[in-house]
Design a protein around this ligand. Structure first.
Ligand code: ZN
Length: 326
């Protein structure tokens, strides 16, 4: 199988026999990785009709809850969190900075809008906002906030949008859920007005945390995650889709050292261990947190943060160059 981003060879990488959140077997957890750019994917893609069932969970982000339980930090945890926080130089998606690049009152579309947090933030700043989400629970929640989310995905956008164009199209933690991310990026490009901006954020499979804990990482999450991106793989895929990268964003570091995060990743490991199939999977012990902090604190951003984002632009027909703040 060839890599859709760089045509490299994709080889067997990770085998995760269970859906950790459901604690039941899944056939979609065998992951192939590209030799060239590090992009990875499930060896078997679900039928679109199967995907809905993956999200049939008691709690999920889009329902405004978390599967992670609150764990009170002890003394060592508090020291770890304080040190991680001091080393955290994240550059997350900044609503005000992006709003400043858009025409006043412009149109904003969030594909995979979840609980509608970004929609609400842009509406507050006077923008005309619209969401898309395949999850009815998510759409109902968004509606309860006085916002609109249409059913659909980036791969199958609602037909109402056929002739519409947006000044900003967001796909944050959505692309890794797609069966066909190239098609999703093509939709994004099509829905973005000339001169407009696209923002794509995905988990970072090249960070030290993911490389250490792999299938026992919160960010693994197959079968909801079907693709796993490295900075190189994301850049090559965006390029193949005709999107110019204007700036990179990095996000997610201190949270990796919280006891709630660690307890959930231990639980993933223990769900494998109870079945006798943990193999070489690493359990996220407090000691491994200490080692991870030592390795990652001063690592380059592309190896440090659990999520990577790109601000992309669709060329303006007039040939004018869009200014994007660094
Ligand atoms: Zn590749």
């Amino acid at each position: 199988m060839d890599c859709p981003a760089c045509s490299g060879l994709m080889r067997r990488w990770i085998a995760m026999p269970i859906d950790a959140k459901k604690d039941e077997p899944t056939p979609f957890g065998r992951i192939l990785r590209c030799d060239g750019c590090g992009l990875a994917r499930s060896s078997r893609m679900p039928d679109p009709a199967e995907v809905g069932g993956f999200y049939d969970l008691k709690s999920y982000y889009t329902h405004g809850e978390s599967h992670m339980h609150a764990v009170s930090p002890g003394l060592i945890d508090r020291i770890l969190i304080r040190l991680a926080w001091a080393a955290d130089r994240a550059t997350p998606f900044d609503v005000d900075a992006v709003a400043a690049m858009l025409p006043s009152g412009g149109r904003v579309l969030d594909i995979g809008c979840g609980d509608g947090e970004k929609l609400a933030a842009f509406r507050e700043r006077g923008f005309d906002v619209l969401g898309i989400d395949p999850d009815p629970g998510s759409r109902a929640y968004v509606a309860s906030q006085g916002l609109t989310a249409l059913p659909g995905t980036a791969e199958a956008p609602p037909s109402e949008l056929a002739d519409r164009r947006f000044d900003l199209v967001i796909m944050s933690h959505a692309l890794e859920h797609c069966i066909d991310p190239m098609r999703a990026l093509a939709t994004m490009r099509q829905l973005t007005a000339p001169g407009g901006i696209g923002y794509i954020e995905v988990p970072n499979a090249a960070c030290h945390h993911f490389e250490t804990f792999r299938q026992c990482s919160e960010m693994f999450d197959a079968p909801r995650h079907l693709w796993f991106f490295t900075p190189d793989g994301l850049a090559k895929m965006a390029d193949a889709a005709g999107l110019d990268i204007a700036a990179w964003r990095h996000n997610g570091f201190t949270r990796l050292f919280t006891p709630s995060w660690r307890a959930w990743e231990c639980e993933i490991h223990d769900r494998l261990a109870r079945r006798g199939i943990a193999g070489g999977a690493k359990r996220h012990s407090r000691w491994r947190s200490v080692m991870l902090l030592a390795r990652a604190a001063f690592a380059p951003a592309n190896r440090k943060y659990d999520s990577i984002g790109i601000l992309t632009r669709v060329p303006d027909r007039s040939g004018a160059t869009l200014r994007v703040a660094a």
